[in-house]
Design a protein around this ligand. Structure first.
Ligand code: 5AD
Ligand code: SF4
Length: 497
């Protein structure tokens, strides 16, 4: 059964199963074609770009048609039962291709590979290679192993791997927005969540390599980066602190080396607020977004940094999961209702006009109607701009699966979910309506899905804005759009500069 959710870019339903296409590295064509498709969160899509980059170095060309492929990879998600089911159904569709071409290599990557390990090979006979998210550098050897007639598995997790030195390929992106991974793994152990088991311990990537990647993206014409991590607020890098030097806040079209990584400050720590600032300073025309924040870790320092830089977008994804303190405790979220409200109040105080979105789980173990009602009243309090809403799905191996019975009947989970989905629709509409008559700064992403007479792009607050195509502006540029009307998901207006 499908979860109901209101999509945005971090877990975009329309991108689920999307295939990645790129050329082989110059002069290295090995005559083999790779087909790779991805499921789940933005981190998985970002990882597929790393995988494609590693294999392009080996001479692989990618194809968008799995029937033409010599290697099929599917980058998987384990977050809920239905995400795994989707992958298993998709694998069945590759059976025909395998019968037609017995030399075809079929590989499973990502979270499901990590969770099931070699069991995957027993359960799905079609699969030749199983590779966890920290083992992608080993892919060329694993493919060789399969070529020599064996099955291959590498699901080792690492405490260091951040793929910092691998520049991801972005060939089928729109050339305007890119995801940049700043950390991997998660140390939080929320009791419902499989991520700490599938993606391992939390580790941060060297800020120097993050700034270099974002600068390179800007110089190639990209105008928006989304910094990705399971819990960006616990980003931490203990090395000489990068300091700001020449060209601070440069508004030249070409971003020069605006940062130097000075020794003079000694062994300081770069935290998330520092990192945000470093990326914002690359160029005022580079928009900076980030996901996901954790209510226990988001600091006022981060909020002040967002407010200080015009190009750090006023949009925070702050998963609440539940509005009830007893359930939050059972979820091991390490904050309670009052703490979460305190963080919301801080956002409202420090960043006027900040959009806030959230994740909610309904029907967690032992949740009563009254406790569910606390989630509803939290939604009334915050009036979220967007929400991703899910029924609790027990995941093997998690703390909740070990400690608590999954005792809320399916119909009750469904009823509670339907109630909050309806409520969220009201608040999304309310937030959209409040923009009518305002002028939004929009980064144009391309033609709207419905018509090539309209462009679409996002506002600072991450709302999708649709407006007529014109001669004086094009994708990759900013325009001011006067909002005239809205649906619950889209703002519609006209360009006013
Ligand atoms: N069941 C339902 N939803 C879950 N999520 C994570 N694990 C589960 C689960 N076992 C949701 C949380 C998280 C989002 C990425 O997915 O809301 O924030
Ligand atoms: Fe999962 Fe919690 Fe980590 Fe998010 S913070 S990935 S919900 S364990």
């Amino acid at each position: 059964m499908m979860d109901l959710e209101i999509p945005d870019k971090t877990h975009d339903e329309s991108r689920q199963g999307e295939a990645l296409v790129l050329e082989p590295a110059a002069g290295k064509n090995n005559g083999r074609k790779l087909y790779i498709e991805s499921y789940g969160c933005a981190m998985n899509f970002s990882d597929s770009e790393i995988v494609a980059s590693i294999l392009a170095e080996q001479g692989f060309e990618t194809t968008a048609d799995h029937n033409l492929a010599d290697v099929i990879f599917i980058n998987t998600c384990s977050i809920r039962e239905n995400a795994e089911q989707r992958v298993r159904n998709r694998l069945k569709e590759f059976t025909v291709a395998k019968v037609r071409n017995p030399g075809l290599v079929v590989g499973v990557l990502g979270c499901m590979a990590e969770r099931l390990k070699s069991k995957f090979l027993e359960e799905e006979k079609l699969v030749d290679v199983v590779v966890g998210p920290d083992a992608y550098r080993n892919l060329p050897e694993l493919i060789d192993q399969v070529d020599s007639g064996q099955k291959a598995v590498n699901v080792l997790l690492s405490r260091e791997e951040t793929y910092a030195d691998i520049s991801p390929v972005r060939l089928n992106s729109n050339g305007i927005n890119a995801f940049v991974s700043i950390m991997r793994g998660c140390d939080n152990m929320c009791s419902f969540c499989v991520v700490p088991f599938t993606r391992g311990r939390e580790r941060s990537r060297d800020p120097k390599s993050i700034v270099a990647e974002c600068t390179d993206l800007f110089n190639k014409g990209y105008r928006e980066v989304t910094l990705l991590g399971q819990n960006v607020d616990s980003y931490k890098w203990k090395q000489p602190h990068p300091t700001l030097s020449k060209g601070e806040g440069s508004d030249e079209p070409e971003a020069k080396e605006v940062l130097s990584f000075g020794e003079d400050l000694g062994e300081a720590t770069t935290n998330f607020a520092n990192l945000l600032e470093l990326v914002a300073l690359i160029n005022p025309d580079l928009r900076v977004r980030f996901s996901t924040s954790h209510p226990k870790d988001i600091t006022d320092d981060v909020l002040y940094t967002i407010n200080r830089y015009e190009n750090i977008c006023n949009y925070i994804h702050l998963p609440v999961q539940s509005g009830n303190s007893r359930i939050l405790d059972m979820m091991n979220r390490t904050y309670d209702r009052e703490w979460y409200i305190n963080r919301i109040d801080a956002i409202r105080r420090i960043i006027p006009d900040c959009a806030i979105s959230t994740d909610v789980i309904t029907g967690f173990c032992t949740e009563t109607d009254e406790e569910h009602h606390d989630t509803v009243t939290m939604m009334d309090y915050v009036k979220y701009d967007f929400a991703y809403m899910f029924k609790y799905s027990e995941r093997p191996g998690t703390l909740a699966a070990k400690r608590y019975a999954d005792d809320i009947p399916e119909e009750v989970k469904q009823k509670r979910l339907a109630q909050i989905v309806a409520k969220q629709q009201e608040y999304s509409f309310y937030r959209m309506q409040a923009r009518i008559g305002k002028v939004e700064k929009v980064l144009i992403e391309g033609y709207s899905k419905k018509s090539d007479k309209d462009y679409c792009g996002r506002s600072d607050q991450n709302a999708m804005v649709i407006f007529p195509v014109g001669d004086n502006y094009k994708p990759g540029e900013y325009v001011n759009v006067l909002i005239e009307r809205s649906t619950s998901a889209t703002l519609i207006g006209v360009v006013v500069d």
